[in-house]
Design a protein around this ligand. Structure first.
Ligand code: ADP
Length: 388
């Protein structure tokens, strides 16, 4: 494929002939300012013939601008001129429309104003890159679509959750009023008519009064449960030692009635909703009393220790204990292990405790053995707190 390029030796041509890259050699044409403005094609190797669709018989001897009529020429000339000016040849990626190919071009200067251009066919690599880009773009689009969907779902969930909270609050709040009327009037009937009907009637009235009381308790607890989210206070630095001390003093009458022995270690300050923390201790303490062993006075111990970046509190008792299979279930709403005949309750106390702990980004769990008491653990993350 050599024609008139005499200054290159036969061996050099052989080298070009067998190269896997396309090679073409041009004799550069300069303007009077010394700038290359075109080049006459002097040599092409086999790979160039195949990939550029060049016919050596026709094209050798022609100007580059006659053979390749596209912007590619301009780009070539820019790079060649830059090379001549700076001695640095920049690699150039081009797309060659006639053969629908992508090339990575480099070149080097040869004696007597000849310039060799090396052309690596990167079409496959480019196509793979394009496909990858396309699938990336598709993936990104899908991720965006899913994110929008998820955001919408979260919004829906939030608002339905808010609705539910409102519903629970309003329902339990508004139910209290008619129930109070039922309670008052059944108590009135009892007082006024007890012994005036037959013994069955007295018994029925007792049932109504009893059921009404339980319903009042259930509604009170439900209201309390919904208030964990509907009536929150901001977090502030809470002296748990102080609030537990106060709680113990407030519960003195209950403790005396039930012969309770309560002890505690020194307790730290934590960042929390004070009212909710009081509520939490109160629920755990009252359970410790409620689920005591029949013939043993309740013993309760409260302690806390700092671990890593949280504070682990514990409330332990010497009560009836819990089977390990129920360790998770007891924290769910309305889940009770004891019948109302054994122990009064609504199954809401621990779910309130759990909800409070969730709001504080803590954890709660129980360790227990039937007959050997229970220890309820909960954590409060240690963090800097807004000033009180
Ligand atoms: P309630 O006491 O109204 O039933 P809770 O949610 O406070 O509801 O408790 C759920 C269940 O967990 C109780 O019914 C009881 O079986 C069990 N439980 C809670 N605390 C204790 C405890 N200290 N010792 C033994 N069992 C307990």
């Amino acid at each position: 494929m050599k024609k008139s390029y005499k200054s290159i030796t036969e061996n050099q041509f052989k080298l070009f002939d067998n190269m896997l890259e396309g090679v073409s050699v041009y004799k550069l044409i300069f303007n009077d300012k010394g700038k290359a403005i075109d080049g006459i094609l002097e040599y092409v190797n086999r790979v160039t013939v195949e990939t550029m669709n060049i016919n050596p018989e026709e094209d050798i001897g022609k100007k580059a601008s006659e053979i390749v009529k596209s912007d590619v020429n301009k780009a070539y000339l820019n790079v060649i001129n830059e090379f001549i000016g700076t001695g640095e040849y920049k690699r150039l990626e081009i797309y060659y429309p006639p053969t629908n190919k992508h090339f990575l071009i480099s070149g080097f200067n040869m004696p007597n104003n000849y310039f060799a251009i090396l052309r690596v066919d990167i079409t496959e690599q480019k196509e793979a890159e394009e496909k990858l880009k396309e699938s990336h773009a598709n993936l990104e689009l899908k991720v965006q679509e899913r994110t929008v969907e998820l955001d919408m779902l979260i919004e829906e969930l939030k608002s339905s959750n808010e609705e539910l909270q409102k519903f629970a609050y309003i329902a339990s709040h508004d139910l209290q009023e008619p129930l109070r009327t039922i309670s008052n009037f059944t108590q009135l009937i009892e007082r006024r008519y007890k012994g005036k009907f037959d013994s069955d009637a007295d018994e029925f009235i007792e049932y109504i009064i009893d059921a009404t009381k339980r319903m009042q308790q259930l509604i009170r607890d439900l209201l309390m449960y919904s208030k964990v989210t509907s009536q929150q206070e901001d977090f502030k630095l809470v002296d748990t030692e102080k609030i537990v001390k106060q709680l113990i003093s407030d519960l003195q009458v209950t403790f005396k009635e039930n012969n309770v022995k309560i002890t505690r270690n020194s307790l730290p300050n934590v960042c929390a909703d004070e009212r909710q923390l009081i509520q939490l201790f109160q629920n755990l303490i009252s359970n410790a009393i409620k689920y005591r062993k029949p013939k043993e006075p309740p013993k309760i111990h409260i302690s806390a220790k700092k671990e890593d970046n949280e504070c682990v509190f514990s409330v332990s008792d010497n009560g009836i204990g819990i089977e390990s299979e129920y360790f998770d279930r007891i924290f769910r709403i309305f889940q009770r292990l004891n019948t109302k005949e054994e122990c009064e309750g609504s199954g809401i106390g621990l779910s309130i405790v759990k909800k409070i702990i969730d709001r504080h980004s803590g954890r709660i769990w129980v360790e227990s053995e039937p007959g050997n008491g229970s220890t309820f653990y909960f954590t409060i993350p240690l963090k800097t707190c807004p000033k009180n």
